[in-house]
Structure formats: structure tokens, C-alpha cells
Design a binder for this molecule. Structure first.
Ligand code: PLP
Length: 360
């Protein structure tokens, strides 16, 4: 069987070019006689791999010297605890709850201090981004937290909240490197890489240097202190070495595509193909308020659970995989990350049109 178009929300599609290169290097990485999977993380060869990955990421985003880049483990979910443990100096933080992941982060932070929910869109199944232009930001908040792209619900912050001078912390797991960003607006930007960048097992944190201190909550384990990993260049212990190597290849692929501005243009083109069709379809409907639509995750429904199930099944038979929506939204969800080719989205829409003609 050949490769399918994989619309999974994560782990997700990776660039074929990257997978092929990794396959070529599997048995013998550039004359080393071994795979990167088998290589000491203390070797000179591996040091070059991780250094190049960091340098390419810095170039792609335009990360200034006063920000550290950390390659960590534990998934994005571990950051839900690491963030309060490391940043809650006053034991107060404000959370904007725009979906399940933001909610989990907020609940986790509540274990460590006063985590205030200062805005939410739960009243309408997280189908929109609340107005964040004049929030009741707490005087003594250590940071304001957002989940910038909500994977399950398909919403995205198009403008960042006004944090009234407080440090912004953002989970960008499902929009990482999908468009240019001004990193100086963030104190911490982090994400699991298994959606837009690489294999599961790596989390990337980009943190402003002054936020990395020894002044953490009492009892914070060594492994959960940003300073531990920052001081050791992400090599305090054995890192997710193979995953970082693949991330590095994806960074090079993105550079070759022309960088994040070019990537954004392509992502907008792909999303428009799908959203334009959803807006005119007599069968399928998008579930998100138009101005808050994500470029990466596109949920849609037919209004009939039976038809939704039939669609997912027939789409799979046509080589369009993992289109079933999250159980809290129902229906379908197409995740169209950076590595999804335009042809994949075109094929999906073509299939949707055919399904509409047969079922309306
Ligand atoms: C936005 C967002 N944050 C956090 C997570 C949790 O990531 P992990 O499974 O790496 O802990 C996900 C996962 O799917 C996600 O989409």
C-alpha cells in the first residue's frame, strides 16, 4: 500500500523528503557506521546535530540572544506543571481557557498557586476566541497563559491578548512554525513537536533568559527546572536524541521552502481551499466562528452522526486518513499541518464534493 493523506491531529504527517533522508541515513549516518538512534549524545557528531537544529530554529523564527531554546521531554502536558513550578514567584497566574488543553494547564497550575481563569469560551463549546483586549489581568500575576491554537476546536488567536505588561506564556503545539511570529512578545513559547515538527517525544521551549532562575517553587525536581536544562544546553541527561535529529531535518526543510513567511502563504492557500468549500457546501459546516478559524485544524460536521461516520469510513477507503473529529466536537476534523501537501487538501475537497452529491 502506498502512502495516504494523513489528516491526524498528532502525531501527524511529516515531509516525505525528511522521511526519505532519515531512511537513507538509518544504517549509517554520514559515514559513522551507525544510526543516530545508536549514537552517544555526548559524541561530537551528535553535538553538531543538536547545535545545527538550534541554529536553524533560531534563524527560522528570528530568536534573539536573550532567549534560550530548550529541547525537553515529557510532552506538552509536562509543561502544564513546569510553567507554574518555574514561573509562579508570586503564586498567582492568569489563564485564558479556550479549550481542553488550556483547561488542563489551568487545572494543573491550580495545584501550585492561585490560577485565575480570566476569560473562557467554554459557553459555546470553545468555538471562538474571547475578546482579550481588556482583560482583568491580576496585579500580581506572574504570567498570562494562552493556548494559541486549539487543536481540538480549530480556533486560533489572531491577535495576542493584551497582558497589561505581564509575561505571556503560550502553548503553540499545533501552530508551531506555521507562520512568522514575534518571539519578543512572549516570555515562554512552547510546544510538543508531534504535530508540525517531528516525532512525539520532544518538546521545544523558547524562554526569555530572565525567566530562567533558581528561584523556583520549593520541591521542584531537578529535571523540572528550566535552569537545569538551560545550563546544560539540553544535554543534562540523555535527550530525545533521534527526535531532535528529525526536528533538525524539518527545520532545514522549512528553510528550503523559503522560511515561515512562505510557509504561511502555503498554509493560507491550503486552508482557503477547505474553508471556501465549507462556506458553500449544502452538507458540511465548519464549527468555528469565521474570524477565529485555525489554519491548522479544521473541524466540520454534517449535522448527522450517521452521515459523519459514513464519511469518515468512505474517506479512509479513498486514502484520506484520520478525519474523525474529537469526541467533544463530534463530526470530522482535518488537520492540515505544514507537511500536508496542497494536493492532499484538494483531494479531500474533491472527495467531500462527491460525498455531498451522493448524500444530499
Ligand atoms: C495544544 C496542545 N497542547 C498540549 C497537548 C498535549 O500534548 P502531549 O500529548 O505532548 O502532552 C496537545 C496534544 O495533543 C495539544 O494539541
Amino acid at each position: 500500500m502506498g502512502r495516504v493523506y494523513n489528516f491526524s491531529a498528532g502525531p501527524a504527517v511529516l515531509p516525505e523528503e525528511v522521511l526519505k533522508e532519515a531512511a537513507e541515513e538509518m544504517m549509517d549516518y554520514r559515514g559513522c557506521g551507525m544510526s543516530v538512534m545508536e549514537m552517544s549524545h555526548r559524541s561530537k557528531t551528535y553535538q553538531t546535530i543538536i547545535d545545527e537544529a538550534e541554529a536553524d530554529l533560531r534563524e527560522l523564527i528570528g530568536i534573539p540572544d536573550n532567549y534560550k531554546v530548550l529541547f525537553l521531554q515529557g510532552g506538552a502536558s509536562q509543561q502544564f506543571a513546569m510553567i507554574p513550578m518555574n514561573l509562579m514567584k508570586n503564586k498567582v497566574a492568569d489563564y485564558i481557557v479556550t479549550g481542553q488543553w488550556a483547561k488542563k494547564a489551568w487545572q494543573e497550575a491550580s495545584k501550585y498557586g492561585k490560577a485565575n481563569k480570566i476569560a473562557s469560551s467554554e459557553d459555546k463549546t470553545f468555538s471562538y476566541i474571547p475578546d482579550c483586549s481588556d482583560l482583568p489581568v491580576s496585579e500580581d500575576a506572574d504570567y498570562v497563559y494562552i493556548c494559541e491554537n486549539n487543536t481540538i476546536y480549530g480556533t486560533k488567536f489572531k491577535t495576542l491578548p493584551d497582558t497589561k505588561g505581564k509575561t505571556l506564556v503560550a502553548d503553540v503545539s499545533s501552530c508551531f512554525l506555521s507562520e512568522p511570529v514575534d518571539i519578543t512578545k512572549y516570555g515562554v513559547m512552547y510546544g510538543g513537536v508531534q504535530k508540525n515538527i517531528g516525532p512525539a517525544g520532544v518538546v521545544i521551549d523558547i524562554i526569555r533568559e530572565d525567566l530562567i532562575t533558581e528561584d523556583v517553587l520549593p520541591g521542584t525536581p531537578t529535571m523540572l527546572q528550566y535552569k537545569t536544562h538551560s545550563d546544560a544546553g539540553s544535554l543534562y541527561n540523555t535527550p530525545p536524541a533521534y527526535g531532535i535529529y528529525i526536528c533538525g531535518k524539518v527545520f532545514k526543510w522549512l528553510k528550503k521552502m523559503g522560511g515561515l513567511a512562505a510557509v504561511k502563504e502555503l498554509n493560507e492557500k491550503k486552508a482557503a481551499i477547505l474553508y471556501d468549500y465549507l462556506d458553500e457546501s449544502r452538507l458540511f459546516k465548519g464549527t468555528v466562528r469565521r474570524e477565529d478559524r485555525s489554519l491548522m485544524n479544521v473541524p466540520f460536521i454534517t449535522g448527522s452522526e450517521e452521515l459523519d461516520a459514513k464519511f469518515v469510513k468512505e474517506a479512509k477507503e479513498a486514502g484520506l486518513e484520520s478525519l474523525k473529529g474529537h469526541r467533544s466536537v463530534g463530526g470530522m476534523r482535518a488537520s492540515i499541518y505544514n507537511a500536508m501537501p496542497v494536493a492532499g487538501v484538494e483531494k479531500l475537497v474533491e472527495f467531500m464534493k462527491k460525498f455531498e452529491a451522493e448524500n444530499v
